[in-house]
Design a protein around this ligand. Structure first.
Ligand code: MTE
Ligand code: MO
Length: 303
């Protein structure tokens, strides 16, 4: 086998993906991080017990095959148009049933030192899936700082409304701004992530810069992008896809191979990059961690 030494590798051969994978290999072998100053602190932490070891989806697919209707409805549109969105400065309004409502600057909300890596499956309701190496902070850690009161039973999220930079918002595709929500125990679950990056780089705009939600056991539409508002509520908040099609898109939207969508059977999925389909798992393979949140609930009714 011919092994190239670093001088022989042309710069053009080194992709951000390759650099990221290489760093991970060093970390996994336990090589002291003091020597590897280029490694973000986030990646130097031990592999999370919540991460999958499945093969990662290619960066090119993660950033060129997207759903972000604010930038158009075809898969390639966000990759083409989202670059125009300006994400500096970015602030988030926190309101509702909590002791510390206010307008928070993103940098004050998320400290670099807290960022960790999570490799999660993402399963879209359209029956495709990916494996994405996110960087982010467990949502619960952030929500706790606002001291939600006993009246806070749900959390509602909203995406930025800025038609000047989001061409999809100039058309009546969805009720804008995009809204999502979680029950409080779902939001506080350790798997629920506020993502700030992927593949060791700041979040690309098409993936929801500067911060987006990632709830790996639910269909992808719950994982709302480019969040500007967090509100603690007493009752179940309205959500975009549920408003659009109440019979097809439930509030819970837990991945469930036993409940089909009229357009897509949910029994199987195509992992982007694969040829053959694979079976879809209940709760997207996270049943051990999250099934207990739904004890006593009829998940055929609460789809
Ligand atoms: N604001 C907003 N968030 C969104 C969407 C959207 O159209 N607008 N699409 C959702 C859907 S349907 C999916 S599958 C995921 C896709 O995330 P990705 O493009 O990073 O893979 O984002 C979700 N978050
Ligand atoms: Mo989706």
């Amino acid at each position: 086998m011919l092994i190239k030494n670093p001088e022989q590798i042309r710069a053009s051969e080194i992709t951000p993906e390759a650099i990221y994978l290489d760093r991970r290999r060093f970390i996994q072998r336990g090589i002291g991080t003091a020597l590897l100053t280029a490694i973000p602190a986030s990646l130097a932490s031990a592999a999370s017990r919540y991460s999958t070891t499945e093969e990662l989806t290619r960066l090119k697919d993660i950033t060129r095959y997207n759903n972000f209707y604010e930038f158009g409805t075809s898969k390639g549109s966000p990759g083409i148009h989202a670059g125009a969105l300006s994400t500096h400065p970015w602030s988030i309004t926190v309101s509702g049933a909590c002791e510390h409502p206010g307008n928070y600057d993103l940098a004050d909300l998320i400290k670099a030192a807290e960022v960790e890596e999570r490799i999660y499956r993402l399963r879209c309701v359209e029956a495709w899936s990916m494996v994405i190496p996110w960087q982010g902070v467990p949502m619960g850690k952030i929500l706790k700082r606002f001291a939600p009161t006993s009246k806070a039973r749900y959390v509602a999220f909203r995406t930025l409304l800025r038609p000047a930079e989001m061409p999809g918002q100039r058309r009546d595709i969805l009720p804008w701004p995009y809204r999502e929500g979680l029950r409080m125990d779902e939001a506080m679950h350790p798997l629920t992530l506020i993502a700030t990056g992927l593949y060791g780089k700041p979040l690309p705009n098409q993936n929801g810069a500067p911060i987006r939600l990632v709830v790996p056991w639910k269909y992808g539409f719950k994982s709302i992008k480019s969040i500007v508002s967090i509100e603690f509520t007493e009752s179940e908040p309205p959500t975009t896809w549920n408003l659009q099609g109440p019979d097809h898109y439930g509030f819970y939207a837990n991945v469930n191979p036993a409940v089909d969508h009229p357009r897509w059977s949910q029994k199987k999925e195509r992992r982007i990059g694969d040829i053959f389909k694979r079976p879809t798992l209940p709760f997207n393979g996270y049943a051990k961690e999250v099934a207990s949140l739904y004890t006593g609930m009829d998940l055929r009714k609460h789809y």
